[in-house]
Design a protein around this ligand. Structure first.
Ligand code: NAI
Length: 335
């Protein structure tokens, strides 16, 4: 099958070419541009498109893809919030994703953000290189005995829980679908109000849905412990960034670690170091010493990229052979 890959980076080419050589045999056309209504026509002649997290899979784009006869959108991500599943279903387009590639990659990055913020590694790195070996402002706390609240304990959340249980943390969780694996680690499922009130660290691992959009807003932050550490490696819009900035200014949020940002589509995955930053909200975030932002890199390990490429090729091959992808996202998953 001919496949057009949008938002293709060098690492996508490398890993998809390897997977395709061993198990695919598809004709792959790589495009640097993001998928949007303005670029969708570039997929002409393909049977499938392959998209990443900041590609625009709204009704307008999907309608153009449907007119081109494209029947499969193969997402090379676990999240599918950027795809209008209702429109895809109505237009007869199958959407497939990579449900679990390396939960360890994201879980480990999540804990890296926690530890870096706690021990001020980002500040210490810059200080030491400047010949400043003073310890003022670098005091941390033991993770052991601290209460960590996890919102969303699915594939990734449970791995975060495993690492933190190993560090001696007390675990609270909130998830509409409780898992015995979490309670087996000593975790307790609680209402959000209790999780907010009791947690020293809160980490988000739920999907972005209409129900979780701006879950962390002014009211949620007001219910949190003073000085809480908030970590978001899920999807940017689960957090209301303006509310979080207000929380940082008031001191309710003592530390903020983000791998995702609600307006990241205009920033992340590109080298913009020669340009002016136009996003004033993001620019304000970067002024806080207790904020650490990474550019959606939690997934970025060798193991994850290998698994993403293998599953993407499997989705495409299975769809070509049977009309069904290996890991389809159904419209019922929107909540
Ligand atoms: P998953 O589907 O395995 O688990 C999500 C969990 O969230 C489920 O247990 C679900 O019941 C729960 N959930 C749903 N709605 C909820 C709500 N309102 N409150 C609390 N829990 C709720 O998903 P997975 O693979 O663990 O991914 C989690 C998040 O991580 C997703 O947002 C995904 O987009 C994001 N992600 C981020 C990456 C990165 O590089 N930063 C890479 C991969 C995923």
């Amino acid at each position: 099958m001919k496949v057009t890959v949008f938002s293709a980076k060098d690492f996508d080419r490398r890993f998809l070419d390897a997977a395709n050589a061993s198990a695919g045999g598809h004709q792959i056309d790589y495009l640097d541009v993001r998928l949007s209504p303005a670029t969708a026509l570039l997929a002409k002649g393909s049977g499938a498109v392959c998209a990443f997290v900041n590609d625009q899979l709204d009704r307008a784009t999907l309608s153009i893809l449907a007119e081109l006869g494209i029947k499969l959108v193969a997402l090379r991500s676990a999240g599918f919030n950027h795809c209008d599943l209702v429109a895809a279903s109505e237009l007869g387009i199958t959407v497939a994703r990579v449900p679990a590639y390396s939960p360890y990659a994201v879980a480990e990055h999540t804990v890296a953000l926690m530890l870096s913020l706690n021990r001020h590694i980002h500040r210490a790195y810059a200080r030491v290189r400047d010949g400043n070996f003073a310890l003022d402002g670098l005091m941390g706390f033991d993770m052991r005995g601290r209460t960590v609240g996890l919102i969303g304990i699915g594939t990734i959340g449970i791995e975060v829980a495993r690492i933190l249980a190993g560090m001696g943390c007390r675990l609270l969780g909130n998830d509409p679908q409780p898992s015995p694996a979490f309670t087996a680690l000593g975790g307790a499922y609680v209402e959000l109000s209790r999780l907010y009130a009791d947690s020293d660290i809160i980490s988000l691992h739920c999907p972005l849905t209409p129900g979780t959009r701006h879950l962390v807003d002014d009211a949620a932050i007001a219910a949190m412990k003073k000085g809480v550490m908030l970590i978001n490696t899920s999807r940017g819009a689960v957090v209301d960034t303006k509310a979080v900035i207000a929380g940082l200014k008031s001191g309710t949020i003592g530390y903020l670690g983000l791998d995702v940002y609600e307006e990241e589509g205009d920033l992340f995955f590109e080298n913009l170091s020669d340009q002016m930053l136009h996003d004033d909200v993001f620019a304000r975030l970067l002024t806080f010493p207790n904020v650490l932002v990474t550019g959606h890199q939690a997934f970025f390990t060798i193991e994850a990229l290998t698994a993403i490429a293998d599953t993407t090729i499997l989705n495409i091959s299975r769809f070509e052979a049977t009309g069904s992808a290996a890991h389809e996202v159904s419209v019922e998953r929107i909540a």
